[in-house]
Design a protein around this ligand. Sequence first.
Ligand code: ZN
Length: 164
Amino acid sequence: MKKAYSISNGEYSQIIFAETPGKAKAWCATEFDVDFVHAKAYRAKWADEYIGKEIPKEAYLKAGWWWECCCGTPRYEETAVVIDDVVYCEECKPEEGDKTNTLNVIQIDYMNHALRNQNRFYTEANDSHWNELVQAGFATKRPGWEEEMAYFQVTAEGKEALKK
Ligand SMILES: [Zn+2]
């Protein structure tokens, strides 16, 4: 049975689901390109219920996580505006009916990461950043070799968006 772990590189954190703390640490080492001895993974019991599902931003915020708005401003629960599971600050929140294709810093980082690795990025199939990119036409998604995992690939449109 997989359990939720929080892994971090000190700046960014994410929730992953792994069978053991060791596997979670190994994942952290790969994900953030750090030595296994420096990799850390903490149990995140609050996220256990979201296995195989997308973790709603509200759940992250409620658990005390911050989320970055597209402008880079970290938002905590009190200050976040969550629309369609995307976190905004007051200034950036879209007007009614306004479709935003704005890349957030994590998405830019992920896409650059993918492009440095033969244009593929292996992660949780429900990763919200990648799935937003897929919806915007900036990425494609293929099933991974493990359940609940997927390969994401940046599209030509995505590469264009990165240049802006
Ligand atoms: Zn903002």
